[in-house]
Ligand binder design. Structure first.
Ligand code: NAP
Length: 318
């Protein structure tokens, strides 16, 4: 991060002021990325919270008001709300404005947003791979994106100058930037984020269904593995519903492969094939080492989180 670097933009507008929108505002303030940060969220409660918390310079009464005069408009709403927001801001966009987003799915967001934008506005789809299972404006914090990846998925219509500016924005927010196609992004994220979330939801659902394991036992004996599942399964229901509805094909493809592997392991357990299990777990252990070597997690036991109920920040989400 550059500390004393001059602002990249005049006005940046954030539409959606939850975990990601608020964290972007804090991160942009930390590094003086914009002269003015404006924002809008759907509910008066969230707008009031944003005013109270102080991460915006201007709290607006509509998405169009926030977008008017902005050099960059960042859509930080759930994937399923992107199209309506794009339609609402389109008439208010200045010529040359850059529209970007933070949605967890890319091909569907591009299909929903791009047709609404006027000629002269650039669209640079993006996805920061950082999050927690918490949501809302209070959940935001300035360091969320530090040393995390932000993936840009430019379309053939995205001007290079605009792509480079959004890359700079994310670097100034602490992230490392990579580019890939929207389709490849959706497949990669189906493997690394979307399917794991579905598995966590399922595992917690199974525990909840098992009458002989009472709720108090689930809480009392929740060892690291199950505790991590419950943390992930506490993620925002709206966001994750939208992810599965819009990244359907890639998620179903990975789930199919997952089911096949699960059957193979199930068979090894049934047949007492210890060698197969040992080899499989040895291979997967190496993947964890790779993540640590890449600086994407800490080697501290229990993923470095303090024990207790307040241990959420730093995991979950994406
Ligand atoms: P969040 O904390 O639930 O915040 C969502 C925000 O969007 C809220 O301010 C909400 O307003 C607003 N909103 C919802 N529908 C709207 C609409 N129709 N018009 C205007 N505002 C609307 O969610 P988040 O975690 O920040 O996620 C935002 C986006 O980031 C999603 O697309 C998600 O896929 C992506 N993302 C999330 C993570 C993660 O781990 N959480 C990581 C990377 C990317 P109200 O508060 O008034 O309801």
């Amino acid at each position: 991060m550059s500390g004393a670097a001059p602002p990249l933009f005049g006005r940046v507008a954030l539409i959606g002021l939850g975990l990601i929108g608020a964290s972007m505002a804090w991160a942009m303030r930390r590094d003086n990325v914009a002269r003015e940060i404006a924002g809008y969220a759907r509910s008066a409660d969230t707008r009031a919270a944003a005013g109270r918390l102080g991460f915006l310079d201007t709290v607006c009464d509509s998405a169009a008001d926030a977008a008017r005069g902005a050099d960059v408009v960042v859509l930080c709403v759930p994937v399923g709300a992107m199209e309506a927001v794009a339609a609402e801001i389109a008439p208010a966009l200045s010529p040359g404005a850059i529209v970007t987003d933070v949605g967890s799915v890319k091909a569907a967001v591009i299909a929903a947003v791009a047709p609404h934008l006027p000629e002269g506005a650039a669209f640079v789809p993006a996805h920061p791979l950082a999050g927690t299972e918490q949501s809302g404006p209070e959940a935001g914090f300035a360091t969320l994106f530090d040393n995390r990846w932000c993936i840009l998925t430019p379309t053939p219509a995205s001007p290079r100058r605009a792509v480079d500016k959004i890359a700079d924005l994310w670097r100034r927010c602490g992230a490392n930037v990579e580019e890939m196609t929207p389709q490849h992004h959706d497949l990669v994220l189906a493997v690394t984020s979307h399917t794991p979330h579905l598995i966590a939801y399922t595992m917690v659902g199974v525990a909840d269904d098992m009458a002989q394991v009472t709720e108090s036992e689930v809480i009392k004996y929740s060892a690291a593995g199950f505790r991590d599942f419950t943390r992930i399964a506490a993620s925002d229901p709206t966001m994750w519903r939208d992810v599965f509805l819009t990244n359907r094909e890639a998620t179903l493809e990975i789930l199919g492969r997952f089911t096949e592997e699960l059957f193979a392991l199930q068979r090894a357990i049934r047949m007492g094939d210890g060698e197969m299990l040992f080899d499989y777990f040895t291979r997967t252990r190496a993947i964890r080492r790779g993540i640590l070597e890449a600086g994407q997690d800490t080697a501290a036991p229990d993923f470095g989180r303090a024990r207790g109920l307040g241990d959420a920040v730093g995991g979950g989400g994406e």
